[in-house]
Design a protein around this ligand. Structure first.
Ligand code: HEC
Ligand code: HEC
Length: 293
C-alpha cells in the first residue's frame, strides 16, 4: 500500500504539512497587521527611551520578563494595570520584539501604568536594590547602571529606526545615566494607550460615604491589603517612604477614596484592582493616627 512506499509517503506527508502551515501561518497575513491594527496613541521611542530599551536588551532583562499581556482574563487582571490585553499595534515600533517566553519576574508590557511616578523613584530604588522594596525578590541588583550613558550612537540609532527626533531630544540625552534611560523606558511601557478609568462609582460625587466608620471589623483585612499593595511605597507601618505618610490623614474620606481609586502624580490608581469595599477599608485604616494602633 501507499505507506509502504517511502518516496510517496514523504511527498504526501510534506503536502499535508504544507497545507497546515499555509492555512495557519501564511493565509492570516491577509488580514492581520493591516491599517485596522494601528493604534493612533502609540508613539515611537524618544532617544532616551530607545537607549533604555537597548540597555534592557544588553542586560538581558527579557530573559526574566515578558512583555505581552495575554488575552486570558487572569493575565489582564494581573498585568493589565487598568489597560487591557496587548494588541499587535502596541508593538509597531519595537525592533526587535521583546515579548519574551519566560516569566521569572512579572510581565512588564504595562509597567508604566503600575508605577506612574514621573521621577521613577520606585524604579530607581528597585533596580538599585530589588530586595529593599520586595524582600523576597530574586532579581539581581542593577546599581551599576548609575554610570554615564554612552550617547555616541544615539543619533545613528534614531535614523536607522526612522524614529523622529530633534536636536533638543539629543541634547537631553547628554549627561544622563544608564539608569535614567532604563527608567524612562520602563515609564513609557503601556502608557500610550489611554486606559478607561474605573467606573463612575470611583468618581467622587457629593454623596460618597464610608460604610466602615469603625476599624474593628475590617482591620485585619485592611492591614493585609496595605501590606500587599501599598507598603512598598508608603512604608510597612504607613510611616511614608516613596509616598507620604498615611497616618491620621486630615483629608476627607471621599478625597482619600478618590486618590486611591484614580491615582494622582506618582500614586498609581487602584480603582480597577481593588473593589469599592476594599478601598473604603483602606480609607478607614489611613484615617487612624499614630497612637491609635
Ligand atoms: C533573574 C531574573 C530577573 C532579571 C534578569 C531581571 N528581573 Fe526584574 N524582576 C524579577 C523578579 C523575580 C521580579 C519580582 C520581584 C520584584 O519585584 O523584585 C522582578 C520585578 C521587576 C519589576 C517590577 C515589576 C512589578 O510588576 O512590580 C521591574 C520594573 C523589573 N523587574 C525590571 C527589570 C529590569 C529593567 C531588568 C534588567 C535591567 C530586570 N528586571 C531583570 C526577576 C528578574
Ligand atoms: C508606586 C508607589 C505607590 C504605591 C504602590 C501606592 N502609593 Fe499612595 N502615593 C504614592 C505617591 C508618590 C503619592 C503622592 C502623590 C502626589 O500627591 O503626588 C501617594 C499618595 C497617596 C495618598 C494621598 C496622601 C496625601 O495625604 O496626600 C493616599 C491616600 C495614598 N497614596 C494611598 C495609597 C494606598 C491605600 C495604596 C495601596 C492600595 C497606595 N497608596 C499605594 C505612591 C504609591
Amino acid at each position: 500500500m501507499l505507506e509502504k512506499n517511502p518516496v510517496i509517503f514523504i511527498i504526501l506527508a510534506f503536502l499535508v504539512i504544507m497545507v497546515g502551515t499555509t492555512v495557519t501561518m501564511i493565509v492570516p497575513f491577509k488580514w492581520i497587521n493591516g491599517p485596522g491594527d494601528l493604534i493612533a496613541g502609540v508613539k515611537p521611542y524618544t532617544p532616551l527611551q530607545q537607549e533604555g530599551r537597548d540597555i534592557y536588551m544588553r542586560e538581558g532583562c527579557n530573559n526574566c520578563h515578558s512583555q505581552t499581556v495575554r488575552t486570558l482574563a487572569a493575565d489582564v487582571e494581573r498585568y493589565g494595570y487598568g489597560g487591557t490585553y496587548s494588541k499587535s499595534g502596541e508593538f509597531v515600533y519595537d525592533r526587535p520584539f521583546l515579548w519574551g517566553s519566560r516569566r521569572t519576574g512579572p510581565d512588564l508590557a504595562h509597567i508604566g501604568l503600575k508605577f506612574p511616578d514621573p521621577m521613577g523613584a520606585w524604579h530607581r530604588k528597585h533596580l538599585e536594590n530589588p530586595q529593599s522594596v520586595v524582600p523576597a525578590s530574586n532579581m539581581p541588583s542593577y546599581a551599576f547602571l548609575n554610570q554615564p550613558l554612552d550617547t555616541t550612537y544615539t543619533e545613528r540609532k534614531m535614523k536607522l529606526l526612522k524614529f523622529p527626533y530633534t536636536q533638543g531630544d539629543l541634547d537631553e540625552v547628554k549627561g544622563k545615566t544608564e539608569m535614567d534611560a532604563i527608567v524612562a523606558y520602563m515609564r513609557k511601557l503601556g502608557t500610550d494607550i489611554p486606559i478607561k478609568k474605573a467606573e463612575a462609582a470611583t468618581q467622587p460625587t457629593g454623596n460618597l460615604k464610608n460604610p466602615y466608620s469603625d476599624l474593628k471589623g475590617v482591620k485585619a483585612e485592611a492591614l493585609s491589603l496595605f501590606a500587599k499593595d501599598c507598603a512598598v511605597c508608603h512604608g510597612e507601618n504607613r510611616q511614608g517612604n516613596i509616598g507620604p505618610s498615611l497616618r491620621g490623614s486630615a483629608k476627607s474620606d471621599a478625597e482619600l477614596f478618590a486618590i486611591i481609586s484614580n491615582g494622582r502624580g506618582g500614586m498609581p490608581s487602584f480603582g480597577s484592582s481593588l473593589d469599592e469595599q476594599k478601598i473604603w477599608k483602606m480609607v478607614t485604616l489611613i484615617k487612624l493616627g499614630k497612637h491609635d494602633d
